[in-house]
Design a protein around this ligand. Structure first.
Ligand code: 5RP
Length: 211
């Protein structure tokens, strides 16, 4: 399957986020209310996006670590289809969240193991997000073989794996031949002169590589 394209609205305010959504909403497959925007504005951006884009997949990137059931219920009530939990959350937190939301994504940061991934699989989680953290990238990390190997191992376990963190148009070809579920990008789509034209280029590149 051809990978989906998701824009991360990591804006600092609701108005900024909506401005970007207005430009990119029809171009992307998934609209993400980024962690930064969730922390700034709570669930209001999710409610607004649901009102404006009734048929679009909306993800609340809460990176939830605790109180999974309550957070997930709040996301769902606001109109989100998907939400994220951080990989260090406990299994009961993940289970409680998963009961309330259509799809739960485990966000992979820092230290996690394939043993952990087995446990997520056992409780029925199907999605994982392989993340190069913004801070790690700033400290000089970049996408490389070690990442691709871990992404492939998760795909081989049967996860739908999305990738994110400092992706650029040129990065996409690194993943050629891999069954990536979704490319999640923020700054590379938002912080350009013509975000709509840029999103079209990403879709063309995805089509060129995955057919
Ligand atoms: C930060 C995130 C970002 O939304 C995601 O990584 C995309 O951001 P960018 O493409 O700007 O690096 O989850 O925690």
């Amino acid at each position: 399957m051809r990978p989906l394209l998701q824009v991360a609205l990591d804006s600092n305010s609701l108005s900024e986020g909506l401005k970007v959504a207005n430009i990119l909403g029809d171009e992307v497959d998934v609209l993400e209310v980024g962690t930064i925007l969730c922390l700034q504005e709570g669930m209001e951006p999710v409610r607004c996006l649901r009102a404006l884009f009734p048929n679009k997949i909306i993800l609340a990137d809460t990176k939830c670590a605790d109180a999974g059931g309550t957070v997930a219920k709040n996301c769902k009530n606001a109109g989100a289809d998907w939400m994220t939990v951080i990989c260090s959350a406990t299994i009961p937190t993940m289970q409680a969240a998963f009961k309330e939301i259509d799809e739960l994504q485990v966000e992979l940061y820092g230290n996690w193991t394939m043993e952990d991934a087995k446990k997520w699989k056992e409780i029925g989680i199907t999605q994982a997000v392989y993340h190069q953290s913004r801070d790690a990238l700033l400290a000089g990390e970049s996408w490389g073989k070690k990442d691709l190997d871990r992404v492939q191992a998760l795909i081989d376990m049967g996860f739908k794996v999305s990738v994110t963190g400092g992706l650029e148009l040129e990065t996409l070809k690194l993943f050629a031949g891999m069954n990536i579920y979704c490319f999640i990008t923020g700054r590379s789509l938002r912080e350009v002169e013509d975000p709509k034209a840029e999103a079209k280029k990403w879709k063309e590149e995805i089509k060129r590589i995955w057919g």
